[in-house]
Design a protein around this ligand. Structure first.
Ligand SMILES: C[C@@]1(CC(=O)O)C2=NC(=C\c3[nH]c(c(CCC(=O)O)c3CC(=O)O)Cc3[nH]c(c(CC(=O)O)c3CCC(=O)O)/C=C3\N/C(=C\2)[C@@H](CCC(=O)O)[C@]3(C)CC(=O)O)/[C@H]1CCC(=O)O
Ligand SMILES: NC(=O)c1ccc[n+]([C@@H]2O[C@H](COP(=O)([O-])OP(=O)(O)OC[C@H]3O[C@@H](n4cnc5c(N)ncnc54)[C@H](O)[C@@H]3O)[C@@H](O)[C@H]2O)c1
Length: 212
């Protein structure tokens, strides 16, 4: 069965990571990037996690997992090196309706973490359905070659134009047409090449009188 791909809003949400090794560190980095309120429960942690705890970026409880820990967070990541413990964490999380990722047992957990390309507001997520995470990483790297940092500026520009059009062009079909033309246009490469004046003219021509 296929997994259902979603993007979660984790801003300010309590997220628990059980375990503090390199795999936990990678998942924590992703959670912090999304503004999550992260607590780590683990007797030992990597230097990077310890540094985050020092600066208050996350909370570290330096102890072993305790019964019930997984029932109090929106999202739980079971990232210890013990399959038995991770299964126990998952069972407690699942029983209380939590989202739970298990890093070393494909047969359990109710979500997996994709490899991610990030370019400003653009995110491209790659899943192999757990078939081969190393291939997900390879594809992520290939996509990073194709989707350069110009996509960040391009999306910012498009978002601004779209907001303007949503407020000024009533006719939905016309609005969609303009946005489709701009999305397919040379605007991306003009921005990438620093040809700001030509980019501005292209947008003006396309908008036909709507100020931005
Ligand atoms: C994409 C990425 C995201 C991230 O973690 O941020 C991610 N794994 C990454 C890398 C990676 N993971 C592993 C290797 C070594 C090579 C190999 O084994 O293949 C490498 C490559 C490397 O490290 O070079 C080992 C591994 N991974 C899992 C198991 C257990 C199992 O399969 O049961 C084992 C065996 C452990 C053991 O041997 O004991 C399980 C999962 N790993 C997933 C995600 C989920 C499925 C994603 C998908 O659909 O493919 C899933 C199911 C659960 C989850 O963790 O969410 C990240 C790339 C980040 C990037 O872009 O750089
Ligand atoms: N999903 C993935 O992407 C992926 C990738 C590589 C490896 N893995 C697997 O993930 C697991 C974790 O990998 P790692 O390299 O971070 O392992 P690690 O051994 O470096 O770290 C394990 C962590 O779990 C903590 N821990 C142990 N017992 C605990 C307890 N009772 N309560 C709380 N914390 C406890 C330890 O203190 C340590 O910080 C391994 O089984 C590994 O094979 C998963």
């Amino acid at each position: 069965m296929n997994s259902y791909g979603v993007f979660l809003n984790l801003t300010g949400r309590r997220c628990l990571v059980v375990g503090g090794g390199p795999v936990a560190e990678r998942k924590i980095t992703g959670l912090l990037d999304c503004g999550a309120d992260v607590t780590v429960v683990s007797p030992t942690v990597t230097d990077v996690i310890a540094a985050h705890a020092e600066t208050g970026t996350l909370k570290w409880e330096a102890r072993a997992y305790r019964e019930g820990d997984a029932t109090r967070s929106f999202l739980v990541i079971a990232a210890t090196d013990s399959k038995e413990l991770n299964r126990h964490v998952y069972e407690e999380a699942e029983a209380s309706g939590r989202l739970c990722n298990v890093v070393n047992d494909q047969s359990i957990g109710n979500f997996t973490v994709p490899a991610l390309v990030r370019r400003g507001r653009l995110q491209v997520a790659v899943s192999t359905g757990g078939a081969a995470p190393a291939v997900a990483k390879r594809i992520r790297r290939e996509l990073e070659e194709h989707f350069g940092f110009e996509y960040a500026a391009f999306l910012d520009e498009m978002a601004e134009i779209r907001q303007l059009l949503l407020g000024t062009v009533r006719d939905e079909r016309r609005r969609t047409k303009i946005l489709q033309i701009l999305a397919e246009s040379e605007l991306l490469t003009l921005l990438r090449d620093g040809r700001g004046e030509e980019a501005r003219r292209l947008v003006e021509d396309c908008l036909g009188g709507h100020e931005i």
